[in-house]
Write a protein that binds this ligand. Sequence first.
Ligand code: PMP
Length: 378
Amino acid sequence: MKRKYLMTPGPSPVPAFVRESLSREIMHHRTDEFREILQHAHEGLKYVFCTKNPVLIFSSSGTGAMEATVSSLFSPGDKVISIAGGKFGQRWTELAKAYQLDVVEMTIDWGNAPDPERLKSLLEQHAAVKGVLTTLCETSTGTVYDVEALAKTARKAGALIVVDAVSGLGQDKLPTDEWGVDAVVSGSQKGLMLPPGLAFVSVNANAQTAMKNAQCSRYYLNLQKALASYAKSDTPFTPAVSLVVGLKEALRTMQEERMESRWVRFETMAAATRKAAQALGLKLFSSRPSASLTAIRAPEGIKSTDIVRTLRKNYGISIAAGQGDVKEKIFRIAHMGWINEQDLMMTFSLLEKVLRSLGHTFENGVSLACLQEVLYGK
Ligand code: PMP
């Protein structure tokens, strides 16, 4: 059996100390022992989300928390602007439509970030917009959005701002309260260093007011139910107990490192990755690249899916191909969660080998020299 290396933008690697905590004997969730763990997790989540407000936990993947947010904050017929510059922005649009919201689509070319001025003019054009749905890091394109400016624009127009930070949280800067973001959604399997299975939503006072008036039909994925239980350090349904135990451990290391240091560390890894890719003669896909992952165009005449397949088959290293129309055109390397500098060194050393075997030419070792320079100094 080959050793496997996850360099994908979710799921991402789970450290040994978290895996160990996941294997502890299962406990009952209606006990003081579990409630204490949940309280620690709630406090840790507040720290990582940079908020003083509740962060609610769902036993689902990230999309479950996106769905809970749409159905719990809005009513059928409510007008929302959905910013879609990739697969996950499109998911907001699809979800909002599924709940019969009146969706104004702000579509942008994949690889680009939304212009806050365009959002401003859309908000002027459309009266009574209740919410703006957007993304911190659009994983399908490796693009980070200017959430600070988008939030400011939405707030001025009296609309709620809802941000999908499923892949960005932990790496891309998001001071939720400082930027006035009403609801932030995330998931366990990326920056938070856990297996898939938990999702989170932070809710500020505006979001909590909206929840009281929202009329969309909902039952299990319900922010109001989750908030009522949260107040009692409880969950409305049986939670994924082991994952919550692991969450407490993962959050502890994030608290120890501090968010400000993490944002700098991951941006340095991202800068190193971009420089290494460019040194190989490759072009970046995004005009506003994220600190969480880097999307790279495959060389002319080579399919990105072949690069991904060969790297996995020969060396056990998983990176991601593109999604949608750019499936075969780009490949994506994650630098999130537990992935570190040495992982990037290993990935690029074998990526060089794979690219050469597929016919792409460049100076041997050039990407590694770039990584060494940016990550470890000259
Ligand atoms: N939003 C973003 C930005 C994501 O990267 C993902 C997962 N790739 C999701 C939403 C959906 O999360 P999940 O697959 O956990 O439902």
